[in-house]
Design a protein around this ligand. Structure first.
Ligand code: FMN
Length: 297
């Protein structure tokens, strides 16, 4: 299953790209409209990109009245990402979306800087959201926490049906000439290739801790990258930064993923889910045996 990462595709502007996905994830919607941060909001770096968009969105009222009906016309599965600044925001947003048949899944953006916090925050928000909707809830977590497994477990115990991992990580780029920060907000969210090992580690830990469905993302550019996330425990994979450079990525990554899976002996990509854990388990159990090399000495 291939999705877009929230905020990285405008399905109304690029419907043909969205139709090649198994589901479209909206940019995070907040209770009130947000202009977002002042420009400059995007900066290129060596191994990825920085953004400080700041959750620019029309707010839930306009989203429900104008955006959602237009998205529904595309006839693709819709996931709506929601974000807020207090537990009640999430509860209200989920309650409003619960009434709308067009919405298949709600993704709780728990990783925007203003709400990122200790596990208690995740528990409070997921619990409140769970009480407000019967729709499937995916908790989108940051890898920039002391213990991703603990946060993932907290989200699972509070009622999340799945996890989305990972969001961007704070980064800074400096102007080559002036050494001033490139972004108007100084720091921004870092995404792209540099996130790949971080995303793999987070998915690996969250799968081991919870076994929940996981949308893996972070620097995916090829089918091989997607397969690695699935082997680490993802059940789906989302394309983010790559879509800005390659709008054909959904179809290309899907084809590459199928071929790459077969090369590794898996009939379908999903058959590879968690494969890296099986190998780790056998390595660990082998440690109790005498290593072959030692017996030769
Ligand atoms: C320009 C931009 C805007 C983003 N906006 C959102 C957002 O609104 N909500 C959210 O949960 N994540 C947002 N993200 C994070 C992505 O969904 C994704 O988690 C992250 O970029 C890692 O994937 P990637 O390395 O493939 O881009 C945004 C990322 C970028 C680059």
């Amino acid at each position: 299953m291939i999705l877009n990462a929230s905020g990285c595709l405008d399905a109304l502007a690029a419907p043909d790209v969205a139709r090649r996905l198994d589901a479209f994830v909206t940019k995070t919607v907040t209770p009130l409209p947000r202009e977002g941060n002042a420009p400059v909001r995007i900066a290129e770096t060596d191994a990825g990109m920085l953004n400080s968009i700041g959750l620019a969105n029309p707010g839930i009222d306009r989203f429900l009245a104008a955006t959602l009906p237009r998205l529904a016309e595309l006839a693709i599965r819709l996931w709506v990402s929601v974000g807020g600044f207090a537990t009640d925001d999430y509860a209200d947003l989920c309650r409003r979306l619960d009434e709308r048949d067009e919405v298949q899944v709600i993704e709780l953006n728990l990783s925007c800087p203003n709400v990122e916090g200790p596990e208690e925050t995740v528990v409070d928000i997921v619990t409140a959201a769970r009480a407000s909707t019967g729709k499937p809830l995916f908790a989108k977590l940051s890898a920039a926490v002391p213990d991703v497994a603990a946060t993932a477990t907290a989200a699972a115990e509070a009622g999340a049906d799945g996890l989305s991992l990972v969001n961007t990580i704070r980064g800074l780029a400096l102007d080559e000439r002036t050494l001033a920060p490139t972004l108007a907000t100084a720091t921004g969210g870092y995404s792209g290739p540099a996130l790949r090992p971080i995303a793999l580690a987070a998915v690996f830990a969250a799968y081991r801790a919870t076994g929940l469905p996981i949308v893996g993302m972070g620097g995916v550019e090829t089918g091989r990258h997607a397969l690695e996330l699935i082997a680490a425990g993802a059940s789906a994979c989302a394309l983010g930064t790559v879509l800005f450079a390659d709008p054909r990525a959904p179809g290309r990554v899907r084809t590459e993923l199928a071929a790459e899976s077969r090369t590794h002996g898996f009939e379908t990509p999903l058959a590879a889910r968690g494969a890296s854990h099986t190998i780790v388990s056998s390595l660990l159990s082998d440690k109790t045996k005498k290593p072959a090399i030692a017996s030769e000495m």
